[in-house]
Design a protein around this ligand. Sequence first.
Ligand code: NI
Length: 172
Amino acid sequence: MARLPILVAPHPVLKRKAQPVAAVDARVATLMDDMVETMYDAAGIGLAAPQVGVLDRVIVVDVHEKGDPPNPIRLANPEIVWSSEEKSVCEEGCLSVPEQYAEVTRPQRIRVRYLDEKNQPQELEADGMLATCIQHEIDHLDGVLFVDYLSMLKRNMILRKVQKLKGQKATA
Ligand code: NI
């Protein structure tokens, strides 16, 4: 497995639409493994392929509780086939928008269809943090970041902070 560099907003690849994979073959399975390692290394709970510069519809998530064993889920071509009327508000962050957080409203429960790491079709019902995380990651596949749900004022403020942070890191 290999750790991959994570793109930071406003990188243009983060705004592009990812394409479905034809199948989860050895290349895609390796990408999934590398993404899981990259996510753990960055202490994230989800990662989408465009965040590592790959425009494939592939995401990985792991929302296990502290103290529980890791529980990574690898999803290719994820598709939300049902979402609840009830919404929930969750404070979200993103490895591509480092150290910034904001509340986003999304459906509380979803059902998602996808191909797993063995190319088998799966369906998963998720609620709470897992539902939020999967929706956030699927958004990445369509070039959408969580800051896109905020007012322009708030979004610009966050993106300016990210730029400033990047500048500081470059000179450190
Ligand atoms: Ni994100």
